[in-house]
Design a binder for this molecule. Structure first.
Ligand code: ADP
Length: 302
């Protein structure tokens, strides 16, 4: 069982020949909307991998909000902890991709910041009933800290995906974090160490352990994922596939990993292997949530 505190966005995807420059207007050759937001993506990945998922977050009292709530419900996710903000609109991301595969993203966070520690406290039973609590940095830091405190007190394992970027002073949060899952850039932002391989990943992991994090898992794109826990550490190679769009690769990794991880963390390596497999499927398809696989499609060893 997992609870996610996180963001919910309506993603508007646009395909252009060339990015518009300031003052310029360009036409998009493709347009589609999809459910997104790191929190929602991770919740969907966990649910599709077969896990029971609850969500704490915020949407606006508007059409995108209804649409996003409906889509999370259709995934079988418990949406009882999602507040509907009266004065803020649902979070939106405008994602423009050009013919070179470069992207430019504008996010309006909106209702993702319309809740705080009080709303997390009201939903504390969801957290206490879970084995894991997952959070990222697209929602208020104070809400995440409150959630992690509740989880720590209840013996629920906390997973921090420090994305995007890094909160200004995460020391308080790292002390409450059991598992941290940065990608290479995020690992560098937190530790100052440029992570490119097993050796540099291990150096970054030492720094994170020193800040109180028990398990460090650094995803290194096509190279795979490095984990470091007590006396086990290893770079588990990624599956060799033809990647067409890596959107939601990290989100799939986290959701899939959490869905099979034992609460006593005894099968960490198997969970990383499963997560590598799941995200290797995501990168072979376009879009965020449309590309996240189901348990039946994630077969390690094939
Ligand atoms: P993020 O999406 O957060 O930047 P990464 O790029 O590190 O995260 O990707 C997360 C995981 O997705 C990797 O650990 C790996 O398992 C998988 N992955 C990413 N890119 C590829 C790729 N090109 N081929 C195979 N697997 C990939």
């Amino acid at each position: 069982k997992v609870t996610v505190i996180g963001s919910i966005n309506l993603d508007t995807n646009l395909r252009v020949k060339q990015m518009p420059r300031p003052g310029e207007t360009v036409h998009a050759s493709e347009h589609y909307s999809a459910a997104g937001g790191k929190g929602a993506n991770q919740a969907v990945a966990a649910a599709r991998s077969g896990c029971e998922v609850s969500f704490i977050g915020g949407v606006g009292d508007d059409a995108p909000g209804k649409e996003m709530l409906g889509s999370l419900k259709r995934e079988g996710i418990n949406t009882q902890g999602i507040i509907t903000a009266k004065k803020e609109s649902t979070g939106q991301a405008f994602i423009t991709v050009d013919d070179n595969g470069q992207n430019a993203i504008t996010i309006y966070a909106g209702a993702n910041y319309a809740f705080g520690p009080a709303e997390v406290e009201q939903n504390q039973d969801l957290i206490k009933d879970s084995d894991f609590l997952i959070a990222q940095f697209e929602t208020p830091l104070a809400a995440t800290i409150k959630g992690f405190e509740i989880a720590n007190d209840a013996g629920v394992k906390t997973i921090l995906n420090p994305a995007p970027g890094m909160a200004k002073n995460p020391a308080d949060l790292l002390k409450l974090t059991d598992i941290i899952t940065p990608n290479e850039t995020e690992a560098e932002t937190i530790t100052g160490i440029k992570v490119t391989n097993e050796k540099t990943a291990q150096m970054a992991a030492v720094k994170l352990h020193n800040q109180g994090v028990k398990i460090v898992i650094i995803t290194i794109g096509a190279k795979g994922a490095f984990y470091d826990y007590q006396n086990q550490r290893e770079l588990v190679p990624a599956f060799k596939v033809k990647a067409v769009d890596t959107t939601a690769a990290g989100d799939t990794f986290i959701g899939a990993m959490t869905s099979i991880l034992q609460p006593d963390l005894s099968n960490l390596k198997d969970a990383v292997l499963f997560a590598n497999k799941a995200s290797s499927i995501t990168v072979q398809k376009y879009g965020a949530q449309p590309s996240i696989p189901y348990a039946k499609d994630i077969k390690v060893g094939k």
